[in-house]
Design a protein around this ligand. Structure first.
Ligand SMILES: C[S@@+](CC[C@H](N)C(=O)[O-])C[C@H]1O[C@@H](n2cnc3c(N)ncnc32)[C@H](O)[C@@H]1O
Length: 184
């Protein structure tokens, strides 16, 4: 299975690059494709195959878009139906906006991972677990990750998180980045 992230935000933010690097370490460099990236940004994401074109322009077959608004839920049996799983490279808002609907690919099917919003790196990790044989109902989750900052401040990330060995699936690099309060 190949995992495609279609970058949909206006800029390639440092936060996006950290999430994309986390996705590369989750699925492997050879299994990650990032589309819709300006040529000037290609060398910033040298941990994947990168394209300036949109995913639709690549004209791929057996494609599934992961969308919280899809009618069907991704199932382990879908590993036989698809060669490519496509995700929106969207940092996400609270309350969530339905921007994944703008990710339209001819002939692609759509699947959800439940209705609640994951960060893109968590959505990929959950989909990978399902494609490897676990049903969504067999996975464990938590909500709203709190990152402690200096002097009693905190930042709450308003997403659903996959639990791995009882801990939220989050990139250590992202936690460090947030603690330094560098913004997006
Ligand atoms: C931060 S989420 C953005 C969700 C946001 N509410 C939207 O659609 O504008 C980034 C990507 O992760 C994937 N994703 C996140 N939660 C999902 C879910 N519950 N079901 C399917 N895909 C999901 C989608 O591909 C989505 O575009």
């Amino acid at each position: 299975m190949k995992y495609i992230i279609e970058h949909m935000d206006k800029k390639l933010w440092p936060w996006s690059i950290i999430e994309y690097r986390h996705i590369s370490s989750t699925v492997g460099k050879d299994n990650l494709i990032i589309t819709n990236v300006k040529v000037k940004d290609h060398k910033k994401i040298d941990f994947c195959e990168v394209h300036s074109e949109t995913t639709d322009e690549l004209e791929l077959d057996k494609v599934c878009v992961l969308d919280p608004a899809a009618e069907k839920t991704l199932d382990p049996s879908d590993s036989a139906n698809f060669d490519y799983l496509v995700f929106g490279g969207i940092l996400g808002n609270d309350p969530p906006e339905a921007r994944t609907k703008d990710l339209q690919i001819r002939c692609a099917e759509r699947r959800n991972l439940g209705v609640e919003q994951f960060s893109t790196d968590n959505a990929v990790a959950v989909a990978k677990e399902i494609i490897s044989g676990k049903k969504l109902s067999e996975l464990k989750f938590t909500h709203n990750l709190t990152i402690d900052l200096d002097e009693g401040e905190e930042m709450i990330l308003p997403f659903k998180y996959l639990l791995v060995d009882g801990k939220p699936f989050v990139s250590a690099e992202l936690v460090e980045f947030i603690k330094k309060k560098k913004g997006f």
